[in-house]
Design a protein around this ligand. Structure first.
Ligand code: ADP
Ligand code: TRP
Length: 341
């Protein structure tokens, strides 16, 4: 019997800002955990970021930050295929082909596009499509290609991306229906981070930590800035002597995600008892984060520097990604009549 192919885990992160603690807990850590049981294919979705990033310096620097962050936090580029989406031209050719078999109605119903229209409606803008580019509209097709061209089995993503993963199967089905079974009939499965509802990290203002709210704690902020950001986390003004509800505090929720069980238990007990202020929670959080991240900061700084080793790592990853993508695209070209080879 032929040896079973290992199942493939695939995900992409958009370089739209400095990666933050929420990205680590919700996306990077769960994806890294899957690498022991799956063949892993992880990439920087730089062309997806182009739907919103409008500065060449930012796109270039966030791309390096995201790639360096994965590597510093434990991605092994010899065992994981790790690349920049834009280095794999086969993806963009297949995007056109699949655009030609995807109903416009499916894209009309995509959450990101609908949300953008809803924002216009709320703001009273008469043209609901104002300010929406075709990249945002076509976004799910490019994402379907990311998934299908690598023949992924599981896709670790946040809840907000599940619909896009489901679209990949719909789009593959439309193609197969018209041109024969070129794409495998498996349905890529969304993998949400364990206990995902509990794992939405709050930002420094208490809302969900998100680049769009400008309330993030970047993983590799310099020590001074890290201290300042942690100090700035919102807290209520319960007097120091009073008992406190630890779960009401963004600083405590963050601490719970990074500290040892002993530290968490001890801090919870002290807060509930009274006599401990939020300042102490913030100190403990800063120490915990800094102890973890400061040994990694130097390596991160080396990797984001121009012409670092990062470029060679991504170039080697792109070759491996293209080796997988080429036969898939060749099968598609044959099926549609573009190529007889
Ligand atoms: P942002 O909201 O900062 O723009 P993205 O939408 O680029 O982040 O998310 C990248 C990944 O990080 C997604 O898988 C998302 O689910 C995860 N993620 C983002 N923010 C958080 C958070 N606050 N808590 C948990 N996971 C998060
Ligand atoms: N759209 C994803 C996000 O916004 C990023 C992404 C692009 C992706 N292509 C992908 C995730 C393929 C999983 C699989 O977070």
């Amino acid at each position: 019997m032929a040896a079973q192919q290992p199942k493939v885990s695939l995900t992409g992160i958009k370089p739209t800002g400095e990666p933050h603690l929420g990205n680590y807990i919700g996306a990077i850590r769960p994806s890294l955990e899957l690498t022991s049981a799956y063949e892993s294919i992880y990439f920087v979705a730089d062309y997806h970021a182009l739907t919103s990033v409008r500065s060449r310096e930012e796109l270039a620097s966030y791309t390096r930050s995201v790639a360096a962050t994965w590597l510093v936090l434990g991605l092994d580029p010899t065992s994981t295929i790790f690349y920049r989406q834009s280095d794999v031209p086969e993806i963009f050719e297949l995007t056109w082909v699949l655009s030609c078999v995807t109903g416009k109605g499916l894209m009309n119903r995509a959450h990101a596009y609908k949300a953008a229209r809803d924002r216009n409606a709320e703001a009273g803008v008469p043209d609901l499509d104002a300010g929406i580019n075709m990249g945002l509209f076509n976004y799910p097709i490019l994402m379907a290609v990311d998934i299908l061209i690598m023949n992924a089995d599981v896709v670790p993503v946040g809840q907000d991306q599940s619909q896009h993963v489901e679209y990949a199967a719909d789009i593959a089905g439309s193609f197969n229906h018209l041109f024969g079974d070129v794409f495998s009939l498996k349905i890529p499965e969304v993998v949400l981070p364990a206990g995902s509802s509990a794992k939405v990290l709050p930002g420094i203002d208490g809302r969900k930590m998100s680049k769009s709210y400008r309330n993030t704690i970047p993983l590799f902020a310099p020590e001074k800035q890290l201290r300042k950001l942690v100090r700035g986390i919102v807290s209520d003004s319960t007097p120091l002597a009073d008992p406190k509800d630890p779960d009401s505090s963004a600083a405590f929720v963050l601490l719970e995600n990074f500290a040892t069980p002993e530290t968490i238990k001890e801090m919870r007990g002290r807060l509930e008892q009274g006599g401990t202020g939020w300042g102490e929670v913030k100190n403990a959080l800063f120490e915990t984060l800094n102890d973890w991240l400061s040994p990694l900061r130097e390596r991160y700084t080396e990797l984001i520097a121009p012409d670092s080793e990062l470029d060679g790592i991504l170039a080697a990853g792109a070759e491996r990604a293209r080796d997988r993508a080429r036969p898939v695209l060749a099968g598609v070209r044959r099926a549609i009549g573009i190529s007889h080879l």
